[in-house]
Write a protein that binds this ligand. Structure first.
Ligand SMILES: N[C@@H](CCC(=O)N[C@@H](CS)C(=O)NCC(=O)O)C(=O)O
Length: 278
């Protein structure tokens, strides 16, 4: 488990649960949800990913990978959303988010691992690929490549600047659709992804629904998922962990803005193609 050993006094002196997170980051949403479901008090440190606050030296001391979420609990840093959940479960077992039954716990782990394994290749690629988004500027990349030990992330961010090919975006969509097909099958006749109560499996996937829905993923083939999400959105923890941290722009307006951005980019490409070459 990535529990960092550090003797940095700025970290070791922290008491309580400090959470380093970003509003629309799906991995951060998981940690916020788990904390709220467990009824724990936490101190928020919102990290601005657009200004590269995540790779400032003080934050790299908390998470050397420069990623949110990270927590510091009584001076101990823990990173990676799945490991943070496991850590919280160990330290604050009630209410349980990981089922006590070992077979159900294994199923919850499978759902969680699937969500984490799809993060870059599927979720991030589809999100950045369809919104033509990027959290870095080309001028950030030199420094980012120097400090980021995870080369898959460096390649990902460079791609988001260069533009993903339609084949890459389509491959991402297919991976997401496969996972949602599996979820739909389960949720057709079950209220939760695992067992008969809310668990870490639901925590792993609700943020994917929220983020993908925000940018216009078509959920019409997945009525059971939509119903499941709408039910979970009624939990009081949803407001505190997710809604309060989302942009105050309704999804329909977000979709329209994204469509307009894509249309503008297409237009620019057409003009590039027809521009006379002297
Ligand atoms: N495997 C990590 C992934 C964390 C992650 O990729 N976080 C993103 C936000 S969702 C981030 O911090 N991105 C900043 C960057 O790539 O520079 C987890 O599950 O916590």
């Amino acid at each position: 488990m990535p529990v960092l050993s550090t003797n940095n006094p700025a970290i070791t002196s922290l008491r309580g649960i400090h959470v380093y997170h970003a509003g629309v980051s799906n991995c951060s949403m998981r940690v916020r949800l788990a904390l709220e479901e467990k009824g724990l008090d936490w101190v928020s440190h919102e990290i601005n990913l657009n200004t590269q606050e995540n790779i400032e030296p003080w934050f790299l001391a908390v998470n050397p990978k420069g990623l949110v979420p990270a927590i510091v609990h009584d001076g101990v840093p823990v990173t990676e959303s799945n490991d943070i959940l496991a850590y919280l479960e160990e330290q604050f077992p009630e209410p349980a988010l990981v089922p006590r039954d070992p077979a159900l716990a294994a199923q919850a782990k499978e759902w969680f691992d699937l969500a984490v394994s799809m993060h870059i290749k599927a979720i991030k690629t589809w999100v950045y690929g369809t919104t033509l988004g990027s959290s870095k500027k080309q001028s950030d990349m030199g420094h980012y490549a120097e400090v980021q030990p995870d080369k898959e992330l460096v390649t990902f961010h460079q791609k988001s600047l260069d533009g993903f090919s339609s084949a890459e975006v389509e491959a991402a969509r297919k991976m997401i659709a496969e996972a949602f097909d599996k979820m739909e099958l389960r949720l057709k006749d079950h209220a939760f992804l695992v067992g008969d109560s809310f668990s870490a499996a639901d925590i792993a996937w609700l943020p994917q629904y929220v983020v993908l829905g925000m940018i216009g993923f078509d959920f019409s083939p997945y009525p059971a998922i939509v119903e499941w999400a709408q039910r979970l959105e009624k939990r009081p923890t949803y407001k505190r962990a997710i809604r309060d941290w989302m942009p105050k722009v309704p999804n329909w307006l977000m979709h329209t803005m994204i469509k307009a951005k894509r249309a503008f980019a297409n237009l620019k490409n057409i003009f590039k193609i027809v521009r006379p070459q002297y």
